[in-house]
Structure formats: C-alpha cells, structure tokens
Write a protein that binds this ligand. Structure first.
Ligand code: HEC
Length: 136
C-alpha cells in the first residue's frame, strides 16, 4: 500500500512539474521567435527610411558623439548593413558600396569598443554621398 502512495505522490509531482514548466518552455520559444524582430525590422526599409532612422533622427550623431547606448550602437550597425544591401537611385554602384562598407565598418568597430568615432564621422559625410547618389 505504502509503495502505491509513494508512486502516486511521484506522479502528482511529475504532473505538477510538467504543468509549471510547460508554459515557461513555450514562453522561451516565443522570446526566441520574437528576438529578430526587436527594434526596427530592416527587411522592408528603403534608403529614405534608413536616412530618417540613422541621420535625421540623430542616431548616427549620438554614436559619433559617444552618447549612444550599446543597443543604439548595434542598431546603427544593423541599419547601415541594410543600407549597404540596397542599390542607390543614381550614381556608381561600386562607389556606393565603398561608402556603405565604411559606414558598416566603423559603426561595427565602435560597437566592439574601438574608438572609431572620427572615422565614422568622416564616413557619414552627408553632402559627399548625396552629391553622388541622391537624386535632385
Ligand atoms: C552613404 C551615402 C549617404 C550618406 C553618408 C548620407 N546619405 Fe542621406 N541619402 C542618401 C541617398 C542615396 C538618398 C536618396 C534616397 C532616395 O531618394 O531614394 C538620401 C536621402 C536623404 C534624405 C531624404 C530622405 C527622404 O525622406 O526623402 C535625408 C533627410 C538625408 N538623406 C539625410 C542625411 C544626413 C543628415 C546625412 C549625414 C549626417 C546623410 N543623409 C548621409 C545617401 C546618403
């Protein structure tokens, strides 16, 4: 009789544990699924939108002036990477790639703790890039 009671208790414990852990398990996978969507999804962004997010809203300036958080630094890298994937409306494609690669390179270095602030500032030259790639 005693052994049955023990088994029963064991079973109850197992069911309880399962019930408690199952929702947690599900929550964890939900988090994982949501993770890539954090911040702004870069998938459907065009150059104008990236300009607004990085340049007009001051994210790039904040990073250059060492005022950005780690998250903001990472966000800038992500947006510049997305920019580099796009084609410029006008201008030489190779030159565009070079300019974008520099933005990606220096913002990445900063996010890794390097002091590439001046390099990023130089790379984020609005007028120089607009002259070549922004339609009038
Ligand atoms: C690597 C090249 C590059 C750099 C650097 C750059 N831009 Fe741009 N920007 C562009 C291109 C290309 C367009 C035109 C996009 C289009 O018309 O599709 C543009 C457009 C814009 C627009 C218009 C967006 C709209 O909604 O029409 C703004 C505002 C802008 N840039 C701000 C800035 C500022 C401010 C800086 C400097 C801090 C800067 N950009 C640096 C490439 C660049």
């Amino acid at each position: 009789m005693c052994i049955y009671l023990k088994l029963l208790r064991c079973l109850v414990l197992a069911v309880t544990l399962f019930a408690v852990s199952a929702p947690n398990g599900r929550a964890a996978t939900d988090d994982q699924r949501d993770a890539p969507d954090e911040g702004t999804s870069t998938e459907q962004l065009d150059i104008k939108e990236i300009m607004r997010l990085t340049m007009t809203k001051g994210l790039c300036q904040r990073v250059i002036k060492k005022k950005a958080t780690k998250e903001e630094q990472a966000e800038l890298v992500r947006l510049f990477q997305a920019l580099a994937e796009l084609e410029p409306p006008i201008g030489d494609a190779e030159n565009w790639q070079e300019q974008c690669d520099q933005l990606v390179k220096y913002s990445t270095e900063i996010s890794q703790g390097k002091e590439s602030y001046k390099s990023l500032k130089k790379a984020a030259n609005c007028i120089q890039c607009h002259r070549q790639h922004r339609p009038k």
